[in-house]
Design a protein around this ligand. Sequence first.
Ligand code: AMP
Length: 485
Amino acid sequence: MSSVKRRKVDGDVPSGLVKKSKKTAPAVESDSESAASPEPEPAAAESEAPAEETPLKTFKDLGIIDSLCDACTSLGYKNPTPIQAESIPLALQGRDLIGLAETGSGKTAAFALPILQALLDKPQPFFGLILAPTRELAYQISQQFEALGSLISVRCAVIVGGMDMVPQAIALGKKPHIVVATPGRLLDHLENTKGFSLRSLKYLVMDEADRLLDLDFGPILDKILKVLPRERRTYLFSATISSKVESLQRASLRDPLRVSISTNKYQTVSTLLQSYIFIPHPHKDTYLVYLLNEFAGQSAIIFTRTVNETQRLAILLRTLGFGAIPLHGQLSQSSRLGALNKFRAGSREILVATDVAARGLDIPSVDVVLNYDLPPDSKTYIHRVGRTARAGKSGHAISIVTQYDVEIWLRIEAALGKKQKEYDAVKDEVMVFKARVEEAQRHARNEMKNLHEDRGKKGATLKGRRPKDAKGGKRGRDEMDREEG
Ligand code: AMP
């Protein structure tokens, strides 16, 4: 894999990932009784420390060797983010870690750098295994490993569902240093690919552990853990800590330290401007088009609740001349990667997505998140709006709230702990779009009908179902890393 993304970051450090002061220091606490237990400090990922306080650390200060510091510089990482500043020194001391951090915090490099440094010290095949909940996230992690490890020629293999097993078996046969995998497909290879074992593994990372467990990967993780050597280092990263995450942690980590960059699990960064727009349900499309016009030229993700709606909106917007591309869990793996690549490259500026895209995707510079349909819960809201205002940039998140959504919106506001601003739309300006939107709606309806008929003929249905045996059997296992739209 050579398409390494070299993301330029404005300013020095990603979002809210500001200079460390006593007040902003991330909390580090021992998670076991036996370990030394420093007082956890209050954490606030986005507080702003006065500039004259403690100077920013460098990667070298954290103990990172020169060749990896150079790799960081070439990727535009000037200073470590707080999760990196806290976890890297502990990881280099050989501790197991629990990192409470979200995508966008720089957590991938927080675990990749110590692993690469240890690998350089004692190179060997199958040195590290990274488990991730979704296929896209697995690819992104591998790209970061390859980018950071390019100067030391690190070899990675990505093992995810939806792809042919044979090339993956061949990739494993080449004995990569790092395997990045979704759990279902990895277990398939552990059970069926001759000569493949992880008996010599030194590092295990479980990334987005809460999501892994939400997707019912728990039993598969248990099976994988049984065939890994106990003598290893383990890092568990999660945006939230639930009782399930805690029991996974007990089963897999030894004497871990907990590193957290935020105490409030519903915290959003200060550069994110959030608002809502309260409108009658039948006018949703017209308001959406109005909002897209307001933010013309900016990149946007529109979140919808269903696959069908994602497709319909993409057609509707394209009919109106917007560069919109759908992304959902029923696209083939190559179409999903293709859609994401087009969006990343900027040839399409609007991604219409189900929550499959809400997690883990490292999409640079999304200016606006539009919740066309409200998310089902506050946790998903946080993940959705986390696609903007990253790496210190500003961003907008606007939620369309109709008469049917009031209750859920109030719940989200309560979780955020503050009333959100109402977006100031000028009704007359909105209604200018009405006639054209209605025409595009008719076109989209026809296109959708054709799409349904075509799929009907081919024997597939648009409303794809999870395979019956989604929990344990091989077919189900293979589909588990592909979220439902
Ligand atoms: P992650 O939380 O690992 O998904 O990282 C979010 C984004 O921040 C990625 O695009 C990284 O390339 C970028 N990033 C990671 N560490 C740093 C850093 N120290 N300085 C600037 N950008 C970073």
